[in-house]
Ligand binder design. Structure first.
Ligand code: 5AD
Ligand code: SF4
Length: 364
């Protein structure tokens, strides 16, 4: 689907979204069937040198108890996740030198050969050489959201950082051979519906293998603590207000973005994000019904998980084992009419059309 900004904006603002969700579900069904990929998410450290205004782990938040798992702890949890049936392990951390290039290579060497599970990394912005060394050490996928396509808003919310640098990292990742995931947040202070239309256009242009779209959730320990939560009731949005800051239901708006992302990127893996599950009742099920096809389950040990406090309200499952956690979700998905995929859930885009490189020549 090749829509222009106005057409996308109209769909984001429409009084009703049932038709949009049905269309997106049909494309999901055609390209991915009713299969959902379950990924295991391990948060291996919460130190971060960045100071993103929206995130509870920002450097400036002194109230955070910082932790870092050791390579042998990571190896044990990874083995446990694989035994429980997960076929993708997502290793996520803040952006931190001590858990940076050398440490990650060590972890990957430790994990190498232990299973055929895919390893996804999500550890922020690093030089191309670091990305290349991790790819060589066995990581095949990388997640790096562009967060917002509005360059001014981006730099306001991420002091000292520039959107162009982030896009440069995405290009470097693609060049290194990774299956690349990106994405953005919905309802950031100062963000407009028109910005979301641009986010969706950028997403289509980047042509990623995976895209996470989640609502912004204010964190009490950040400068954005006081930003208003959307009221959760208002739905339609007057088109003439599309240039004003978003103040409607971000849960519903996020679902619309997911549905549009599905229509604009039919093959892309789209998770029902944790943040959407937090901010919207039955958020995961609604996201799947609007075109999503991936769910990430947190396998971080509970005592560390509560310290990985990016935003408040994240679920705190109390299952005794990772197997119990996985099976509970297999059953849930069945109840919702979905099946858990038996494959690793690699990219369906076919590798490697170098879309990020094309983007770079177009924007240069
Ligand atoms: N609300 C929602 N999502 C957030 N993220 C960070 N802070 C928040 C928040 N307050 C997301 C960003 C980041 C990922 C690790 O978490 O998109 O890339
Ligand atoms: Fe660090 Fe990521 Fe949080 Fe920014 S969003 S402060 S880079 S953990």
């Amino acid at each position: 689907m090749n829509w222009n900004k106005r057409e996308i904006t109209e769909r984001l603002c429409a009084g009703d979204s049932a038709g949009l969700f049905a269309e997106a579900a049909a494309v999901r069904e055609r390209e991915h069937g009713r299969e959902v990929h379950l990924r295991a998410l391990l948060e291996f450290g919460n130190h971060c040198r960045a100071d993103c205004l929206y995130c509870g782990l920002r450097r400036g938040n002194r109230a955070v108890d910082r932790f870092a798992l050791m390579p042998d702890q990571i190896r044990e949890i990874a083995a446990d996740a694989v035994r429980a049936g997960f076929r993708t392990l997502v290793l996520q951390s803040g952006e931190e030198a001590a858990q940076g290039p050398g440490f990650i290579v060590r972890v990957l060497h430790d994990l190498r050969g232990s299973s055929d599970a895919a390893i996804t990394l999500s550890a922020g912005e690093w030089p191309s050489a670091a990305y290349a060394s991790w790819f060589a050490a066995g990581a095949g996928r990388y997640l790096l959201k562009f967060e917002t396509s509005n360059a001014a808003l981006y730099s306001r919310l991420r002091p000292g950082r520039r959107l162009q640098e982030r896009l440069g990292c995405l290009r470097a990742l693609r060049k290194a051979g990774y299956q690349v995931g990106t994405g953005f947040m919905v309802g950031l202070p100062g963000q407009t519906i028109a910005d979301l239309a641009e986010d969706l256009i950028l997403l289509q242009r980047l042509d990623p293998d995976m895209a996470g779209i989640g609502p912004f959730i204010p964190h009490p320990g950040t400068p954005l603590a006081g930003s208003r939560r959307a009221d959760g009731k208002r739905r339609g949005y007057p088109l003439e207000q599309s240039a004003r800051t978003i103040d409607c239901d971000t849960g519903e708006l996020t679902l619309r973005c997911v549905a549009l992302a599905r229509l604009m990127n039919p093959l892309c893996h789209l998770p029902a994000t944790t943040a959407l599950g937090v901010s919207l009742l039955h958020g995961w099920q609604k996201a799947l019904d609007a075109g999503a096809n991936v769910i990430m389950l947190d396998v971080t040990p509970r005592r560390y998980r509560r310290l990985y406090d990016i935003y408040p309200g994240r679920p705190d499952p109390q299952d005794d084992t990772l197997e119990a956690l996985r099976h509970r979700h297999v059953r849930l998905l069945r109840d919702w009419g979905y099946e858990v995929a038996a494959t690793r859930g690699d990219s369906l885009r076919g590798m490697p059309p170098r879309a990020f490189e094309h983007t770079s020549t177009r924007t240069a």
